[in-house]
Design a protein around this ligand. Structure first.
Ligand SMILES: Nc1nc(=O)c2c([nH]1)NC[C@@H]1CN(c3ccc(C(=O)N[C@@H](CCC(=O)O)C(=O)O)cc3)C=[N+]21
Ligand SMILES: [Mg+2]
Length: 286
């Protein structure tokens, strides 16, 4: 038996068609959805991501601007950039690419973004809304994963989910979203004891630990849905996930590939939330 591959690429293609129509409708009403990406420094992985977002925005008719700043930018200067974008009514979504250089307090920057333009869903107001069960902007990676689980018919109600990884941008919001669908959720991490035994109990296993090929078939319950959030480079520079896909696909019921799994869906949800933000700005004007 081989797992059903949950293709983020294919689902993105489907959702892109719908989003294209939404953008057309907005343009007819005089609003072009605008996304600003702020990129600090020269990190090559960030460059790829930014390039992929650019391509996608163009495809959808979203107005996209990328502002690049040197690694040495001061926190006060970056705060000025955010303020200017907050005030710019052509811009409906602002994404400041993380991580930021060490002289900059990341939280201070994220808190400066207007919550209604926070298409990453990282602002404490949006995080807070999510955690009280009133989601508004949702972190794009876990949001995209929920769309994939839904699209491929993975049942969540009453099921046991294990999330490996406790970050603010993936692990914590992922757990909350699964809980909102009545899954029984455990968050595990690098210090968790007996991780393998715990993971083996999961009907849904989400892996965001950041270690290439960490999860082998011995971590997986037969038939489980396995979601691989990892993006690592192997010794040849090839993109690999946190899951050893070749062996896990013989045990799992569902599996997201890397590449073309979670990554494309993250971008899809970013575009989706930018469009939503543009729609809301239109309503606010009326
Ligand atoms: N404020 C902020 N928001 C983010 O959402 C954010 C961020 N900072 N910093 C960096 C990470 C990383 N990330 C990726 C999303 C999609 C792909 C993606 O599209 N990957 C493709 C191809 C990757 C490749 O070929 O290298 C795939 O998985 O198929 C990659 C990486 C978003 N991040
Ligand atoms: Mg994200």
């Amino acid at each position: 038996m081989s797992a059903i591959l949950m293709s983020g690429k294919e689902l993105s293609d489907v959702l892109n068609e719908k989003m294209k129509k939404s953008v057309e409708e907005l343009v007819e009403k005089g609003v072009i959805p605008g996304l600003a990406v702020v990129l600090v420094g020269e990190d090559p992985a960030s460059q790829t991501y930014v390039r992929n977002k650019e391509i996608r925005a163009k495809k959808l008719g979203i107005h996209s601007v990328v502002e690049r700043y040197p690694e040495t930018i001061k926190e006060s200067e970056l705060l000025n950039v955010v303020d200017r974008l907050n005030a710019d009514d052509q811009i409906h979504g602002i994404l400041v690419q993380l991580p930021l250089p060490k002289q900059i307090n990341e939280n201070r920057i994220l808190m400066a973004i207007d919550p209604s333009k926070d298409v990453d869903g990282f602002h404490p107001i949006n995080m807070g809304k999510l955690f009280i069960g009133q989601p508004d902007r949702i972190p794009c990676t876990p949001y995209g994963i929920m769309k994939m689980l839904d699209h491929y018919g993975v049942e969540l109600e009453g099921k046991r989910a294990v999330v490996i990884g406790r970050s603010n941008i993936v692990g914590k919001p992922m757990a909350q979203l699964l809980m909102m669908k009545n899954a029984t959720v455990t968050i595990a991490h690098s210090r968790t004891k007996h991780l393998q035994e715990l993971a083996r109990q999961a009907d849904i296993l989400v892996v965001a630990i950041g270690r290439g090929h960490f999860v082998t078939k011995d971590f997986v319950k037969p038939g489980a849905a396995v979601v691989d959030v990892g993006m690592n480079r192997d010794e040849n520079g090839k993109l690999i996930g946190d899951v050893k896909m070749d062996e896990v696909k013989e045990v799992a019921g569902f599996l997201t590939p890397v590449p073309k799994g979670v990554g494309p869906m993250t971008i899809t949800m970013l575009m989706y939330q930018t469009i939503e933000s543009a729609k809301q700005s239109l309503k606010a004007d009326q």
